[in-house]
Write a protein that binds this ligand. Structure first.
Ligand code: ATP
Ligand code: MG
Length: 191
């Protein structure tokens, strides 16, 4: 298996680059944001629980997210590998992910953070809000999401960095230029 975690602030291009990774390497894409939006659309219990939280730019509780992820991993354990997009977002989620993967005899192979300047993130998200229809792509909620990211997710990234496992891509650039960097990271991992 080749398991990749793609992390980075809201608007850092995780979804766009994940799609390119899926196309080129055939991994199974797990986007927790997409999954939650599908639950909201379906009007499920999780969707009802998550709707206001997402609109406010806060995080859905760890227990809910961890259970959701666990189900996906078990359902697709025969995949060539996973790309985790939007998970882990908290230290508790990071610990749970290692355990869940160990349970299927796998591990995280590549930890990738996408680096983008704050003002560029805000610009890109506001632009996306003009067409995305997402309840959280407006100026006020964008700033809230970025603050939640700094508080809850940066510690996860610092932990991965301290363990020497973090690889970084600069996405203050174009989609193609960023993907070229990611390809180099994946190819050098495969050796
Ligand atoms: P982008 O997709 O542009 O990088 P983002 O990371 O803010 O932006 P999503 O990953 O789509 O957006 O997540 C949208 C919202 O869904 C989050 O703000 C949060 O409320 C909820 N969410 C998604 N993943 C998680 C998670 N792992 N834990 C808790 N809440 C989550
Ligand atoms: Mg996304």
């Amino acid at each position: 298996m080749l398991n990749i975690v793609i992390t980075g602030a809201p608007g850092s291009g995780k979804g766009t680059q994940s799609d390119l990774i899926v196309k080129n390497y055939g991994l199974f894409h797990i986007s927790t944001g997409d999954m939650l939006r599908a639950e909201i659309k379906a009007g499920s219990k999780i969707g009802k629980q998550a709707e206001q939280i997402i609109a406010d730019g806060r995080l859905v509780p760890d227990e809910v997210m961890i259970e959701m992820l666990h189900k996906q991993i078990l359902e697709h354990k025969d995949a060539k590998g996973f790309i985790f997009d939007g998970f882990p977002r908290t230290v508790a989620q990071a610990g749970a992910l290692d355990k869940m993967l160990a349970g299927v005899g796998a591990k995280i192979d590549i930890l990738l953070v996408m680096n983008v300047k704050h003002e560029t993130l805000v610009e890109r998200l506001i632009l996306r809000g003009q067409t995305s229809g997402r309840a959280d792509d407006n100026k006020e909620t964008i700033e809230k999401r970025l603050a939640v990211y700094t508080e809850n997710t940066l510690p996860v990234i610092e932990f991965y960095r301290a363990s020497g496992r973090l690889t970084e891509a600069d996405n203050n650039t174009t989609v193609d230029e960023c993907f070229a960097q990611i390809k180099r990271i994946i190819e050098s991992h495969k050796g």
